[in-house]
Ligand binder design. Structure first.
Ligand code: APR
Ligand code: ZN
Length: 405
């Protein structure tokens, strides 16, 4: 769509109207945000107040945001424990730092950044270890809806009676707003000359899928792979498998419309479980002489996880869980079955955002890693059409809807 590649961020500091960060720093900013007031209620474009960043926080002007299934689940309030409203959802985005709080050393106003829901402090035992990307301080926490620094929010809605009502945060990020405040540990700087509209995808879905294939599964050339759920997360895992030279990539989805897109993105075989009387794991085992080497659960459904688990080869098969079942439940796997096949999960594809994302992005830009990023963007629309974008994802018509703020 025209206009989306002209990002107009040259010389940009804070607002697009030329109000440089040095004018707004330390002050409350009034801007637009898509606020959800109750589970499944339409987003309302509200004027909200965004407070300045506190110690180790940054305030970011969001320029692009896209919608992931996790936003959809939170919007619907599928997990009752997560029903915190009013709230600013959104966690896949790209933007520019407007101002930084005290003691922030690695970011400056004007830096282009992607917010990441799974932060990296760089100091804790987890950040010092090669074995995990789950930072002890800033790892993803779906239950958190306030800032860590002081247990307060930075967003306020001002009612007609001038009373300030707190608006809650989401997944360390809250990107459905023109300005957001996040922990500096959750902002990754990207080069100045890259299209932010594409960087947006590295903020969650694409990194999660690629990382699951490369870091968690570490797929070898010639492997057989099955992907359950062909949304952006699943197709990014497929892309990761393709780039590693997988011989066969079987896509499983109940929505037949996903198959056409999947073929473009490297899926070699399709299974629509609705077209078979036997379970998909049996179909896959028959197709692959005993099962795939790796399977990926990207549909957010525990029954599907069981199918994914049983579809791998006895002995060495590994299932990687990328999705989150919105309602907390125990795994549908018998303990004895754990002797037969392996299972692992990874948040943000196992990538440490600040340590690993810059290299991933730079390899994309130089063409060293030929990631088909454009293939993930199915729709582009203005931020004001966020309700329509949610509708498209909800109906299974969209991969990623890119919203321009
Ligand atoms: N069997 C197979 N596929 C299914 C099933 C099922 N029973 N149920 C849903 N799916 C498919 C959907 O048709 C859709 O194509 O799973 C896909 C999910 O894709 P999206 O809704 O686009 O979700 P995405 O943004 O890719 O996120 C996938 O990761 O973010 C997490 O937990 C979140 O569940 C989400 C998952
Ligand atoms: Zn840490």
């Amino acid at each position: 769509m025209a206009g989306f590649n002209s990002e107009n961020t040259n010389g940009f500091h804070a607002g697009e109207n030329g109000d440089a960060g040095d004018k707004t720093a330390g002050k409350v900013i009034t801007c637009k945000a898509a606020v959800v007031w109750g589970p499944g209620e339409a987003f309302k474009m509200e004027e909200i107040e965004v407070e300045p960043p506190q110690r180790m926080e940054v305030r970011i002007r969001i320029l692009f945001t896209s919608i992931c299934h996790t936003d959809l689940s939170a919007w619907k309030g599928e997990n009752k424990q997560q029903q915190v409203f009013p709230r600013v959802l959104g966690h896949e985005a790209a933007g520019v730092v407007e101002s930084v709080g005290e003691a922030v050393e690695d970011l400056r106003p004007g830096d282009r950044v992607v917010p990441v829901f799974n932060g990296e402090c760089g100091d804790c035992a987890a950040c010092s270890s090669e074995k995990t990307n789950m930072c002890a301080v800033y790892a993803v926490d779906p239950m958190r809806s306030v800032m860590r620094a002081d247990g307060r929010v930075r967003f306020f809605w001002v009612g007609p009676d001038k009373a300030r009502q707190p608006v809650h945060h989401f997944l360390n990020t809250s990107t459905f707003a023109e300005y957001t405040v996040i922990d500096s540990a959750c902002a990754v700087r990207v080069p100045a000359d890259v299209p932010l509209s594409r960087m947006c995808l590295f903020s969650c879905g694409v990194s999660t899928g690629l990382g699951a294939a490369w870091n968690t599964a570490n797929i070898e050339k010639g492997s057989k792979v099955a992907i359950f759920g062909l949304g952006a997360v699943g197709l990014a895992a497929a892309e990761g498998a393709r780039l590693r030279g997988a011989a066969r990539i079987i896509g499983v989805d109940i929505n037949p419309n996903k198959f056409l897109k999947g073929r473009e993105m490297g899926i070699t075989d399709f299974i629509n479980p609705k077209e078979y009387t036997k379970p998909s794991h049996e179909v896959i085992r028959e197709l692959t002489d005993g099962g795939v080497d790796y399977s990926f659960e990207c549909s957010g459904n525990l029954e599907v996880l069981r199918e994914a688990y049983l579809s791998t080869h006895l002995g060495w098969g590994l299932t990687v869980v990328l999705s989150i079942d919105p309602c907390p439940r125990m795994l549908p796997i018998f303990s004895m079955e754990l002797y037969e096949r392996k299972i692992a999960a990874a948040a943000f594809g196992g990538f440490k955002p600040k340590s690993h994302l810059p290299a991933l992005i730079s390899n994309y830009i130089t063409g060293e890693t030929k990631i088909n990023l454009d293939g993930f963007i199915s729709h582009e629309m203005p931020f004001s059409e966020i309700n329509q974008a949610f509708q498209l994802l909800s109906e299974g018509q969209a991969l990623r809807c890119l919203l321009k703020l």
